[in-house]
Write a protein that binds this ligand. Structure first.
Ligand code: GDP
Length: 544
């Protein structure tokens, strides 16, 4: 029995929302879920329970660390939002999300522009060839400056920022945005808290400026699009559809990054940003083929989207759900799969049965009979599958190019508060390590003590916290020590730059190092012995 898909592939978007911490990723996500009709009450992100922040620690700490996928709908499109964390300790989580999403919305703070973590995420997105649009958020904030923020994209990210909107006013006077393609203005009704807006002709006082900016946008497009260039040189009329098509093409080719303005907090501009997700970000059909290997022949296979092909999916996140237990989030690259059927875990060479399939919405979940090519869903019943495993049809096993997980950078000893809890702690650690490929637990063969290792102090704090909450094991940890010294040496000798620095110490990549400023040439030299270790807490979030 074949089920029919709700949305065709070309109207599916798998996106992530990425940002430097505090730029407004959570608020923006929450507004998206509101406008896509799934949340009916706008709550304050850090006061109430935010929809994307599942776990208790996240709410306490006000950061998002899991990578759940939430399904929403906007104007006849399905948008799957893959949550990405904003914290430096979890860059690996960002990387993991980037592996399975097709496009991203980069949220900037309109006053700060590009920030250190934006640079990190941008770099990672480029590595995975993820097309992006940029949402310059917080246009209502004191000091908000759209043009400055656009400049930071150009200067700090060396990226071809393509403003397709012009904000009307800023700070307290931020009233709406002008769509430079349509040459229409969206003006928000302040009394209706942004839930109502009017689309009107560009007001006279902004007309001249809007025309100038529209022309700049077309010139920028002409530089990368021959068709537009020809018409531009001939002085011919370029239609709105042609402009849109050229923007879409340039965005998919990573030749341009459309920039939009808004204020998630004041509910302004989010709907237009969703339109831009539909208009400019890729569908699963637009992304380049995914590499896979046939484990029997060693032959390379290029996976492309399509329901009529063999099933192939990647398990990208294991989570424990309080109601249904172990959830395996999968991204389907090709083919379809019905619940109740068997799949091949080609990575582990075992057959597994998918009992049920769930689609996660912001505040409810639906059981679905089948997943289709391009979908993201959660599977129940997979017992041996861990993050990064390939799940394929039983007849045609394939190993999909997986994710790379860095070695842990910090290690501590851990011991249960009550000796009797040792077994319980061992079980908990094993489960947590299955969920999180960057977390390791081992026994020191000489001393017999248990050691845990992860990506930073906060990462291990969260592990210990989860042990207490989810497994009822109280544990104490020893002082942090550098786990794998050679990692630092390697990273330090690689090309790169300081993300933050202060008084001879700085964050270099993901590690914390001491260095000596190099007086002649600017730049720096590392001190002989790189101290390594985690970024001290007082530097999180970033202080420059
Ligand atoms: P995240 O860390 O990127 O997820 O950022 P949050 O969404 O948690 O937002 C951080 C802070 O900025 C919160 O206090 C928000 O209320 C605030 N914020 C988010 N969006 C806006 C906005 O558009 N304007 C203003 N003024 N503040 C905002």
């Amino acid at each position: 029995m074949a089920n029919t898909r709700e949305f065709p592939l070309e109207r599916t978007r798998n996106i992530g929302i990425v940002a430097h911490i505090d730029a407004g990723k959570t608020t923006t996500t929450e507004r998206i879920l509101y406008y896509t009709g799934k949340i009916h009450k706008i709550g304050e992100t850090h006061e109430g329970a935010s929809q994307m922040d599942w776990m208790a620690q996240e709410q306490e700490r006000g950061i998002t660390i899991t990578s759940a996928a939430t399904t929403a709908q906007w104007k006849n499109h399905r948008i799957n939002i893959i949550d990405t964390p904003g914290h430096v300790d979890f860059t690996v989580e960002v990387e993991r999300s980037l592996r399975v999403l097709d496009g991203a919305v980069v949220v900037l703070d309109a006053q700060a522009g590009v920030e250190p973590q934006t640079e990190n995420v941008w770099r990672q997105s480029t590595t995975y060839s993820v097309p992006r649009i940029v949402f310059i958020n917080k246009m209502d904030k004191i000091g908000a400056d759209f043009d400055y923020s656009v400049d930071t994209i150009r200067d700090r990210l060396q990226a071809n920022a393509l403003p397709i909107q012009m904000p009307i006013g800023a700070e307290d006077n931020f009233e709406g945005v002008i769509d430079l393609i349509e040459m229409k203005a969206d003006l928000y009704d302040e009394d209706e808290l942004g839930t109502k807006w009017d689309t009107v002709d560009v007001p006279d006082e902004y007309m001249e400026e809007a025309k100038k900016r529209r022309n700049a946008m077309i010139e920028q497009l002409a530089d990368i699009d021959d068709g537009i260039m020809e018409k531009y040189l001939e002085g011919e009329e370029i239609s709105k559809d042609e402009i849109k098509a050229a923007i879409r093409k340039a965005t998919l080719n990573l030749e341009a990054y459309p920039v939009l303005a808004g204020s998630a907090f004041k509910n302004k501009g989010v709907q237009m940003m969703l339109d831009a997700v539909n208009d400019f970000l890729p569908s699963p059909l637009d992304v380049k083929p995914y590499n896979a290997t046939n484990p029997e022949t060693g032959e390379n296979v290029e996976l492309t989207a399509g329901d009529d092909k063999d099933f192939a999916a990647l398990a990208f996140k294991i989570a424990t759900d309080p109601f249904v237990g172990r959830l395996t989030f999968i991204r389907v690259y090709s083919g379809t799969l019905e619940s109740g059927s068997y799949v091949m875990n080609a990575t582990k060479d075992t057959r597994e049965r998918v009992g049920r399939l769930l689609q996660m919405h912001s505040n409810h979940r639906t059981e679905i009979p089948e997943v289709f090519s391009g979908d993201i869903a959660a599977a129940i019943g997979l017992k041996n599958t861990t993050t990064g495993d390939s799940l394929t049809s039983v007849k045609h096993p394939l190993i999909l190019e997986s994710m790379e997980f860095p070695d842990p950078v910090i290690q501590v000893s851990i011991e249960p508060k009550t000796k009797a809890d040792q077994d319980k702690m061992d079980v908990a650690l094993q489960k947590l390590a299955e969920e999180d490929p960057t977390f390791k637990a081992e026994t020191n063969p000489e001393t017999g003590e248990t050691l845990i290792a992860g990506m930073g102090e906060l990462h291990l704090d969260i592990i210990v916290d989860r042990m207490r909450r989810e497994f009822n094991v109280e544990a104490t940890v020893g002082a942090p020590q550098v786990a794998y010294r050679e990692t630092f040496t390697k990273q330090a000798s690689a090309q790169g730059k300081f993300i933050r620095q202060s008084g001879g110490k700085g964050q270099y990549g993901d590690v914390w190092v001491e260095f000596t400023p190099n007086e002649e040439g600017g730049g720096f030299e590392f001190t002989d012995d790189i101290v390594g270790g985690v970024v001290p807490r007082e530097f999180i979030p970033a202080v420059e």
